[in-house]
Design a protein. Structure first.
Length: 128
């Protein structure tokens, strides 16, 4: 073993550091200052992936879906503008490249405007 190797806590083998995940951790100290430090996983990537697969397989499907939803909501909240821009660009590009999509969007827009006109006329008639 040399300095560029580490022992996996699961399989017990000495492996190069490149075979371990590296995490950047953040924490607040007593003075509420955010500190960042780097941590190397105790398990090699192979063992980590196996244990993660096993952990996910043992979770009930509803719990997995809930965790995935929570993760997605958290990501969207933290990357709101990036997500909005992606959706705008996606629809804009798709509108100009996909003829069937463009027709559906135009038809949907027409229906929406007809519905709004109908609602306005009903509102106007009720107010008289």
């Amino acid at each position: 073993m040399n300095e560029s190797q580490k022992k996996c806590s699961k399989c017990g083998e000495y492996k190069d550091l490149i075979e371990f995940y590296v995490f950047n951790r953040k924490y607040k100290n007593s003075k509420q200052k955010i500190r960042v430090y780097t941590e190397i996983s105790s398990q090699c990537k192979k063992c980590h992936n196996e244990s993660t697969k096993q952990w996910r397989a043992n979770l009930p499907i509803e719990k997995r879906r809930q965790l995935d939803r929570e993760k997605m909501v958290k990501y969207r909240k933290n990357h709101l503008e990036k997500s909005r821009e992606y959706v705008r660009n996606y629809h804009k590009n798709r509108y100009h490249t996909d003829e069937a999509f463009r027709k559906r969007m135009i038809e949907s827009s027409k229906k929406w405007h007809e519905k709004k006109k109908l609602e306005q006329s009903i509102t106007l008639n009720c107010n008289k």
